[in-house]
Design a protein. Structure first.
Length: 109
């Protein structure tokens, strides 16, 4: 009997794709780890570098492991991910803003 399942082969990763993603993930982890373990830069610069590497690593994971790209087949997944990320940023950001405001008002009295 023939296989009746239709899969978009472009959405599945190859061993090469997974290897590239893994190597990039390791590099993007080791550099910030080294900067924190062996401090040679000011703390604020180190913090910004670690945050930048974290954002880059999220993008690497989305592209190489979750296979999100700009193709037509992935458009709905990308839109859903962006919407979820926006909701999370708003929830966390506004919650922190409210807590900071309350803390500031409470300490002023």
């Amino acid at each position: 009997m023939a296989n009746t399942h239709s899969h978009d082969e472009a959405g599945h990763g190859s061993v090469k794709s997974y290897a590239i993603g893994f190597i990039l993930s390791v590099i993007l982890t080791l550099i910030p780890f080294g900067l924190v373990m062996y401090p040679s830069l000011p703390k604020d610069v180190t913090l910004w570098i670690v945050l930048a590497f974290a954002v880059i690593q999220v993008i690497v994971h989305l592209v190489y492991f979750l296979h999100l790209d700009r193709s037509e087949a992935q458009r709905n997944n990308v839109v859903a991910f962006i919407f979820a990320a926006l909701v999370i940023v708003l929830l966390v950001g506004l919650s922190l803003w409210i807590m900071f405001s309350i803390h500031t008002v409470m300490m002023a009295k």
